[in-house]
Design a protein around this ligand. Structure first.
Ligand code: ZN
Length: 447
């Protein structure tokens, strides 16, 4: 047994689903999977690695743009809105080269592992060189992002994103030249050259109805359907997107995507903040996912997504850190409930267990890793152990550990992280990277 591998884990507490954590759970590993799970093992067997605290499935970060990490703390001064923030983001997008992208993505993904994230859906739209020239390998940046995930030790689904116009009926300009393949056919041709590999899967994304016309959206949807890939799209993040869509097409973005054949159980709408009444059934009836990104949505003044109503309509909620204003899955999870409380004047809209499902199994399913996201036999051994002895969680009631962790825990309480049966983070430290140093260096490489 090497230092990074274990044959069996004894968890002081583990969340196996439902509202309560089980005490004394023995998890036997079978390669990269969980072999067996036995609750009620009060004494840790000598052969097992002992994990004090609460062990839960690894978090899935369902919606990420890794390079946005460089903007953290740099867009807070002065007044503005989503659209003025976007100009700042474009300045970074316009300047980054593949080497800088690899370094920044590796550091950002490593920061995610320290926060307990074991799988990420990277909504990847930065494809080409400045001015839009093609790299010799047209997928150079996409491959760099996948390599970054491997080096950080995290699973990835590269959600390769089609982006063709700078707004409905507008040519791409400036940094957007780097995003565009010109046509959906050219997007297909480029993406067809990508292949999945161990730890890395593929999916498709329609950037938004602002950036992809209805005919092209239908092509991307058909391409994803033919491969049974996940399909994601930014949907109704801002009211202006709805207004443009209705003015140009007489339909909301959700209705347009439904017409394009995009909505199914493999589809995830990202944000879905400003929906029309009819949009709820369009997303809920086929069992679409909806990825909420509350810390980004509050940072960008997007609004509060209708989480309870979406779940009631049949949509499965997942969570993403999107622009990485912060990277803390527990903060995203509780924000869904707490933001609803501010709007509704009512508590208890979403249970802690439901919020944890959004942060784990629902996200895994959304990005095409359905065999991850729960502590159960045959599932991937992607696990996170939360320290219960730190100042935030000390004194938590053992029969309300899920509530304590979701509503008061933080990324800083993540102590051990396992991906595929190997420890990536042990005692709060990444196995191979000095993450803060990597972040500093990667961000300082940018102009
Ligand atoms: Zn996004």
């Amino acid at each position: 047994m090497s230092g990074d591998e274990a044959g069996a884990l004894w968890c002081e507490f583990a969340w196996l689903g439902g509202d309560r954590a089980e005490a004394g759970v023995l998890v036997e590993l079978d390669g990269e999977r969980i072999g067996s799970v036995t609750a009620g093992v009060i004494e840790p067997p000598a052969s097992a690695v002992s994990l004090p605290g609460l062990t839960i499935p690894g978090f899935t970060n369902t919606h990420s743009h890794a390079f946005h990490r460089a903007l953290r703390g740099r867009t807070q001064a002065g007044r503005g809105d989503f659209w003025t923030w976007r100009e700042r983001m474009y300045a970074v997008a316009g300047s980054i080269d593949p080497n800088a992208c690899l370094a920044l993505a590796r550091a950002t993904f490593a920061e995610m592992t320290l926060a307990g994230v074991t799988a990420v859906g990277e909504f990847h739209y930065l494809h080409h060189a400045p001015e839009g020239q093609r790299y010799e390998d047209a997928n150079e940046i996409g491959r760099a992002v996948i390599a970054a995930a491997h080096e950080a030790g995290i699973r990835i689904t590269l959600l390769d994103t089609c982006y063709l116009s700078g707004g409905i009926g507008r040519e791409v300009e400036g940094a957007q030249l780097r995003f565009s393949d010109g046509t959906a056919e050219a997007w297909e041709e480029r993406v067809d050259a990508l292949k999945p590999e161990p730890g890395a899967r593929l999916g498709a994304a329609i950037h938004s109805v602002r950036a992809v016309d209805p005919g092209s959206a239908a092509r991307v949807a058909a391409f994803a359907a033919a491969r049974a890939w996940p399909l994601h799209a930014h949907v109704s993040e801002q009211p202006a997107e709805n207004e443009e869509s209705i003015a140009a097409y007489g339909m909301t973005p959700t209705a347009l995507l439904a017409e394009a054949g995009a909505l199914s159980g493999r589809f995830t709408a990202v944000h879905a903040t400003h929906l029309a009444d009819a949009d709820f059934a369009l997303l809920g009836d086929p069992g679409c996912g909806v990825c909420l990104c509350p810390t980004t949505e509050r940072d960008l003044a997007d609004g509060v997504g209708p989480a309870r109503r979406l779940a009631d309509a049949g949509a499965r909620l997942s969570l993403g850190t999107d622009s990485h204003a912060v990277i803390d899955p527990l903060e995203e999870a509780r924000a869904v409930e707490l933001d609803q409380r501010l709007e509704s004047g009512r508590r208890g809209n979403h249970s802690a267990a439901d919020l944890l499902d959004a942060a784990t199994a629902a996200g895994s399913a959304s990005i095409g890793w359905p065999e991850a996201g729960s502590v159960a036999p045959d599932r991937l051994a992607d696990l996170v152990t939360i320290d219960l002895d730190g100042v935030r969680l000390a004194g938590a009631a053992t029969d309300q550990l899920i509530e304590a962790v979701v509503f008061a825990g933080a990324a800083a309480d993540v102590r051990d992280v396992m991906v595929g049966g190997e420890f990536i983070v042990r005692n709060g430290r990444h196995r191979s990277l000095d993450v803060a140093d990597e972040l500093t260096k990667a961000i300082s490489m940018l102009p």
